[in-house]
Every structure is written in structure tokens, then in C-alpha cells.
Design a protein around this ligand. Structure first.
Ligand code: SF4
Ligand code: SF4
Length: 228
């Protein structure tokens, strides 16, 4: 799932400077699951902003709403408030939701209430840890299921940098060395030959070196074209 965290209140206030009417819009997707951007958080944020505006003597009215997903057009039909009635919509979806909504409502100022951070698994109550960076060329088959891009600070693909200290990463001593994790996992699987195989340099065109990435399901796009 995609994880996003709310921006600091000061930054949110800065973005909303001069706005008299604001809609905080939650999203029912990933950010609801990680308890940062759903309906409940939209309601709480609207209430906090109303109280803070009052305390500062600013005339700002903040309402809230939430839709199933902000990254799909059809769900905008379920908005109970009209975005155009507001000076700004503060979206607390991930960046994809904010960007897509902005495109759908070109005359409305859509602002990001969140910082989108990582692709995660829910490893313990209240903890969503990064497991993937969407590199577009998955290597988990030969790394024992441990992602070298997300779990190694330098995203190395051919083994440790040599700076591992007592199993910890030299960049961030609070985290385990990703490559030690890969080694131990492969050893457990009796697949250390994978560790000894030299891998080619990463092709960053699958990552961020080739513009906007898209998933196109031909059977669906053809079906839609046939319906027209
Ligand atoms: S290798 Fe790439 S696609 Fe696979 S988990 Fe890591 S970042 Fe994600
Ligand atoms: S110590 Fe391990 S996790 Fe840290 S950068 Fe080096 S190889 Fe990667």
C-alpha cells in the first residue's frame, strides 16, 4: 500500500493563506488503511484548522468530505460538496490523488495536505514499513524476497557496500543492513549461488529515467474503444 503522512500544521496554514473557505478531502484508499488520510482524519483536520483559525483571529471556514478514492474519476461524482464553492481543496490523499483531482477540476486550487512517502507493509500495530520502491524491474526472485532497492540505503544490486557494522547499515545504524538480510535469507533457502552471481547494472528507464510510467491493459482499452 501507499503510505502518506500529514504535513506539519504550519506548512498547511502557509498553503491556505488568504483562503476563506476550505474543503478538507479524505480518500478511502491506502491512506484510510494507514489511518492518515481517511474520513475520520479529514474531520479531525478540519476541526483543528477551524480552531486554529479562530485562535489566530482569521476568518476561515473549513469543511470536510471524503470519497472512496481520489485516483479514480467516477468517485468524484460522490462528492457531497462542490469543489468549485471553495477557495481551496486540501486533499489528504497520496500525491496521485492530489494530482489527479487537480487535473479533474482545473479551476479549483487543490493543495496537498500530505507527504507521500513509501510503499509499505503493515509490520506491527501502527507501523507501516517500506518494502518496495516501484523500480519497475523486480529482483526479489534472486534476493530471497528482500528488496535491495528499498532495504539497502544505497539501493545496491550486487551485494554489500562493505560498510555493514554488526549487521547494521553504515548510513543508518538503526536499520539492519539490507544486503546482510539478503545473504541470510538466501543461505536459509540454500540459494547462495544467487548471491554470487553478478547482476547487470540497473536500467533506470524502468524506474524514473523514461518519463511517466503507465499500466495499459490492452483488453480493457480495446473493449472501451469498441463501446464507443
Ligand atoms: S526490486 Fe523493485 S519492484 Fe521489486 S520490491 Fe524492490 S523496488 Fe519493488
Ligand atoms: S551497510 Fe548494507 S544496507 Fe547500508 S548501504 Fe551498505 S549494503 Fe546497503
Amino acid at each position: 500500500m501507499i503510505v502518506a503522512e500529514r504535513k506539519p500544521m504550519d506548512e498547511i496554514f502557509q498553503m491556505l493563506a488568504g483562503c476563506k473557505k476550505v474543503l478538507v478531502l479524505g480518500c478511502g484508499g491506502c491512506v484510510t488503511v494507514c489511518l492518515t488520510g481517511g474520513e475520520r482524519q479529514a474531520e479531525m483536520l478540519a476541526s483543528q484548522l477551524n480552531l486554529a483559525a479562530k485562535a489566530k483571529g482569521e476568518a476561515m471556514q473549513v469543511d470536510f468530505d471524503s470519497i472512496t478514492r481520489q485516483c479514480e474519476k467516477e468517485f468524484f461524482d460522490n462528492l457531497s460538496e462542490a469543489p468549485a464553492d471553495y477557495d481551496a481543496v486540501l486533499s489528504i490523499a497520496c500525491g496521485a490523488g492530489v494530482g489527479y483531482m487537480s487535473e479533474q477540476f482545473p479551476k479549483v486550487t487543490v493543495l496537498p495536505g500530505m507527504n507521500t512517502t513509501h510503499l509499505a507493509a503493515n509490520v506491527a500495530l501502527g507501523i507501516w514499513e517500506e518494502y518496495c520502491r516501484g523500480c519497475g524491474d523486480c529482483m526479489l526472485a534472486w534476493t530471497g524476497g528482500v528488496c535491495p532497492i528499498a532495504k539497502c540505503s544505497k539501493s545496491l544490486v550486487n551485494g554489500t557496500c562493505g560498510g555493514t557494522d554488526k549487521g547494521k547499515c553504515e548510513v543508518n545504524p538503526e536499520m539492519n543492513c539490507g544486503w546482510l538480510m539478503i545473504y541470510e535469507r538466501l543461505k536459509e533457502l540454500d540459494r547462495l549461488d544467487e548471491y554470487r552471481t553478478m547482476r547487470p547494472l540497473r536500467d533506470h528507464r524502468t524506474d524514473r529515467g523514461n518519463g511517466v510510467r503507465r499500466l495499459v491493459l490492452a483488453e480493457m482499452t480495446e473493449e472501451e474503444a469498441g463501446d464507443e
